[in-house]
Design a protein around this ligand. Sequence first.
Ligand code: BES
Ligand code: ZN
Ligand code: ZN
Length: 457
Amino acid sequence: VFKNKLDEGFTLVKLSEEKTAYFEVKGKQKTLIIGIGKFKDITQRKSFLVVRRVIAEARKYRLKNIGIDFKDFKFKHLKIKDADLGELIGANMTMANYEFVNFKKEPKEGWDFIEDLIVMNTNDLIAKAFKKGQIIGVEVNNCRDLANMPAGDMTPEILTEEAKLVSKGTKVNVKALDVDDMKILKMGGVLGVGQGSKNEPRFIILEYYGTKKTEKPILLVGKGVTYDTGGINLKPSQGGLLNEMHMDMAGGAAVIHTVITASLLKIKKNVIGLVPAVENMPSGSSYKPSDVLRSMSGQTIEVINTDAEGRIILADALTYAEKYKPKLVIDIATLTGAAIAGLGQKAMAIFTKDEKIEKKMRDLGEETGDYMWPLPLWEEYEEDIKGTFGDWANLGKIPSFAGAITAAMFLYQFAKNYPWVHLDIAPTMTTIEGQYLAKGASGSPVKLLVKLLETFK
Ligand code: BES
Ligand code: ZN
Ligand code: ZN
């Protein structure tokens, strides 16, 4: 709610240059004062954290109704426009007010979520932007929900149903290919990876037409591995991150909720989302190292390691994308541990041959907090993935070298017919300490993709 006075029972939350957080009571008005250090030291990057921390502290003290003063968040030296700041606060407060509690019993004293918020000293423009930020924040959280869902409750089929469910009442049309459909299209990649699980693969297609159909669409392709055991090359118990591999569809979840957001915000672009969804399991029927799969493109894939499954399913999706004559294709995938080795968990890796788009994406990353850093897509790396018995090997010749790059080079072999960007989001799959966000899926890069759809020319 936007007004200039707080209702009774609302705690005012203010920022100060001190170091700690404390309460102040004056008459009936209770104020929570949060020390964030010298205001002049607040950078754009820190501003996301300040906003989230307001919610985190308020939740810690179990406040239900809080009020903030928009002016408090206007750090003049940052030169953020009022509307942009409103959107930033709306989105980040919403993200900080989230936790995955679907499988937890509500405590006697209730959950600690903020229920009502009053924002003071706004105007119509700021209020509108704030609400838009909230819509985006809710979709980021919905994306986190999908990714956080345990794999037993989020199979390819369930993911398909969820995509259909969330599209109800929006202008997004969702359909899905099943195994028979994929056989007709000769999607040997998705079928190969998916053949080891009794939970059959699906290929989810989301279509949103925000402008005339003759305008070329932007395609978003998301890795939808609903659980990655590694397959016959089973991941190790130690260091295999098996307890996190239900989030190997985080790219797919981001695609689904970005397309939904495009519709909610009535973005005037045509946007198509493609999500190949599979469960990567070892079993009597699973694909094996030494198998050669024929992809939809006709190029064959020599399977060296069944744990490098993401690139195989994405190969078919990148070929399927061609039928839309896209003006841009972005794939989003929790693709490699090597990207984490290179960047830690603070930035995803971006690969593209288009320097203009790279610059644009990196700028939007700074604007939204979905940070990224580039790695090369040089032809010199191509020899590393040449197959012996198939056209392309799904693993580099020296697997411990340049794993994120050889994975990207592999994808590139299927993405040569349109402008293309690959985001390896393994680094930012989960939140980390200090972000003032709940443990689990981060919902990145939904905010970035929404901004890109809004502003791409
Ligand atoms: N899903 C994993 C990558 C991953 C690891 C994502 C950790 C998030 C956190 C991917 O399918 C995989 O297993 N990649 C292998 C590739 C290797 C076999 C070439 C990896 O990175 O170890
Ligand atoms: Zn894997
Ligand atoms: Zn994977």
